[in-house]
Design a protein around this ligand. Structure first.
Ligand code: MG
Ligand code: ZN
Length: 230
């Protein structure tokens, strides 16, 4: 049995990642110059990224903030259609067979958009807790989401994604009692993997906890604006 093909694969993968990092760096610079704060969302499929995003876009628009979103899926424009109900500008990125977003896809999806007009841009990644951790999208803040229906041990099983994220969000808290979610265990597991990580608990359905999360995003956004304008 030969192990020869492996180094070649590793090399290709490293080149792809290096290329992505360069593009992501350019994107981050563009976002900074335009004064747009960029938040990405990662989770397993079905954790409620789109539901939370719809709620956040709607609230932020009502507050008069210029928000927009990019949403990634392997197929369908369903999530973009859902998010468009918030009346925020939304674009779908369909990745075909690729199970994560890459900086090049984000760059392409932004064509024709005037970033100067935006305060906040959200990027919903493809539902996947594995490879999105390796791909920088030029975002300022990465939210990793975990729904109460998934079990409390997700952080222990997927430590890398928790380590590359800035904030953890526990979603679907309206279902906590029904699924006997052990919040203390979930918090402990997150802290075990990523000590000091900020954790929010939200229900997109009832709106509980969403304001608190939005306050963090808006204060981070204001902070980065200040840093740019001096
Ligand atoms: Mg979605
Ligand atoms: Zn992937």
């Amino acid at each position: 049995m030969s192990t020869q093909p492996q180094p070649r694969l590793v090399e290709v993968r490293q080149n792809v990642l290096k290329q992505n990092d360069l593009l992501a760096r350019n994107l981050r610079e563009r976002f900074r110059e335009a004064g747009v704060y960029v938040v990405s969302l990662v989770s397993s499929p079905g954790a409620g990224k789109t539901a939370l995003l719809e709620r956040m876009l709607t609230v932020l628009r009502q507050e008069g903030r210029a928000v927009a979103a990019l949403v990634g899926d392997l197929a369908t424009e369903a999530d973009a259609a859902r998010l468009a109900r918030s009346l925020a500008p939304v674009r779908q990125i369909t990745t075909g067979t690729v199970c994560h977003l890459e900086a090049a896809m984000v760059e392409h999806a932004l064509e024709g958009w005037n970033l100067d007009e935006l305060d906040l841009l959200f990027i919903e990644n493809v539902g996947n807790l594995v490879c999105p951790s390796s791909y920088d999208l030029g975002e300022d803040l990465r939210l990793v989401m975990l729904s109460v229906t998934e079990g409390e041990d997700k952080p222990l099983k997927y430590p890398t994604i928790f380590n590359t994220a800035d904030v953890a969000v526990i979603t679907k808290t309206d279902l906590s009692v029904a699924v006997e979610f052990d919040a203390a265990a979930a918090h402990a597991n997150i802290q075990r993997v990523r000590p000091g990580m900020r954790v929010f608990e939200v229900s997109a359905k009832t709106g509980e906890g969403v304001d608190e999360l939005l306050r963090l995003l808006c204060s981070c956004s204001a902070e980065s604006e200040k840093a740019v304008t001096g």
